[in-house]
Design a protein around this ligand. Structure first.
Ligand code: NAD
Length: 431
């Protein structure tokens, strides 16, 4: 298997990049062509995906390098419009890989389907009647999706909760379903709809809604990485932070602790997490709104809103980062099969199950968050952004490929990143 540590990937031509990715992921000629195609979906296909189609909104698809996840080299497909995201993920993956990269784990893919009952007179009686018929209800739900059952999934359990709404008490029935390699919304929605009338009969209430919950608390993925003192020091080589490596590590932990203490900051902290998570999710054809809703709701689940990552020092003084969040992702269903590029991106990630996909996405979320707080705690977020932005400005000013680096470096040094200044620098350089 090839290494994801590809030297100066960003300096290679598009053809060279695709050739490297093709070799790494053993893509067919057709898949490699898809990867390098600007418009993958035909009008006919997209018109079947959503309604009233007129055209195609597009995002750049980049490849983050250097990722070592659970001992395996990974190239990460990321679809995103924001500069710096792909570069930052690659940079942090490089820092993490010196201490073994990311280790991950995840829960079984259990989703919750909800049936909300109104008009139930006696909660305890309704609860015990429903629970008493649990086996029959699960059996009925199982019959709805024999394909899911064939792949090892299916309904697993029923819970009954009491909720207080403005208009009165609600009985909330949760159907727990193992959705295996699906995101699961359609599968779960069909199941709860199929047993809702039985639940009404058993409880004496009326079902007001029957739908999946996007708060997938039983389907969490976790990732962890050690950012060693040496690797952190190396990553700042040649950059004046005015801090020792120990001070940088302490500053990063302080930045994390601010997010723990302040919801305004925690929100932006988590936005940094989602920069990575959404970009991979979009590349892989996932329902990223479902992931977003689940992530933020989980951030405030049974507590105040909090950061999705945490940081601390190990006994040797290295920095350790961890992430945990629900990730309802799938390899089947939804847009995964309709959009052929999503399939190629999944192949690139070399994932065999939805759980593996969730684990890799969690690792990218941690990397992305670390990239942001590493900058915030040292040079400030704009330095890295502006360095990349400087390259765009240099191109806009007419710099040739071999001139871009020097022009953007000079502008960064002067803290003056403008097209006019880039033009002046180019003139001076060319004299
Ligand atoms: P789906 O129904 O298209 O596919 C899932 C089905 O694939 C399973 O029910 C099963 O029959 C079959 N299958 C085949 N191989 C399988 C395997 N290995 N593992 C599991 N199932 C397998 O899709 P879905 O995942 O049930 O639903 C996802 C879609 O629902 C997304 O497009 C999402 O946007 C949409 N959606 C979301 C919400 C929400 O999040 N609130 C609500 C409605 C719809």
């Amino acid at each position: 298997m090839g290494s994801s540590e590809i030297h100066k990937f960003y300096k290679k031509s598009r053809e060279e990049r695709i050739a490297l990715v093709k070799e790494f992921a053993e893509l067919s000629d057709e898949e490699a062509t898809l990867l390098g195609t600007n418009s993958v979906l035909s009008f006919e296909t997209s018109d079947k995906m959503i309604e009233n189609v007129v055209g195609m909104q597009q995002l750049p698809l980049g490849i983050a390098t250097n990722f070592l996840i659970d001992g395996a080299d990974c190239l990460i497909p990321m679809a995103v419009e924001e500069p710096s995201v792909v570069a930052a993920a690659s940079k942090v993956a490089g820092i993490a890989r010196t201490a073994g990269g990311f280790t991950t784990e995840s829960d079984e893919p259990i989703m919750i389907g909800q049936i909300a009952l109104v008009g139930v007179e006696d909660f305890e009686k309704a609860k015990s009647t429903i629970i008493g018929k649990k086996a029959e209800l699960l059996e009925k739900a199982k019959g709805i999706d024999p394909v899911l059952v064939k792949f090892g999934g299916g309904p697993r359990d029923i819970e009954v909760h009491e909720r207080q709404a403005k208009s009165g008490k609600i009985v909330m029935v949760h159907l727990l379903v193992d959705v295996r390699d699906a995101m699961g919304a359609n599968a779960v929605n069909t199941m709860v709809e199929s047993i809702a009338s039985d639940i009404e009969e058993l409880s004496g209430g009326k079902s007001r809604l029957r739908i999946i919950s996007n708060l997938a608390v039983h389907r969490k993925a976790r990732a962890k990485a050690v950012f060693s003192k040496e690797a952190i020091e190396e990553s700042f080589k040649g950059k004046d932070t005015g801090k020792t490596t120990e001070e940088i590590i302490d500053a990063i932990i302080e930045v994390y602790e601010v997010a723990e203490a302040d919801q305004f900051r925690a929100t932006t902290h988590n936005k940094g997490v989602m920069n990575g998570i959404d970009a991979v999710a979009i590349a892989c054809g996932q329902d990223w709104r479902a992931i977003e809703a689940g992530a933020h709701s989980f951030a405030a689940f049974e507590t105040k809103y909090r950061p999705l990552t945490k940081y601390y020092k190990d006994d040797a003084g290295n920095l350790v980062g961890e992430i945990e969040l629900p990730l309802a992702v799938g390899l089947v269903g939804g847009a995964v099969k309709t959009n052929p590029l999503a399939g190629v991106c999944l192949k690139l990630l070399k994932v065999k199950t939805a759980q593996e996909l969730a684990e890799k996405i969690a690792a990218v979320g941690l990397a992305q968050n670390f990239a942001a707080i590493r900058e915030i705690a040292t040079r400030g977020i704009q330095a890295g952004h502006m360095a990349l932005h400087g390259k765009n400005i240099a191109v806009m000013a007419g710099a040739k490929p071999e001139e871009i680096e020097a022009v953007s470096a000079k502008m960064a040094e002067e803290k003056n990143i403008r097209v006019n200044r880039a033009k002046e620098i180019l003139e001076e350089m060319r004299k």
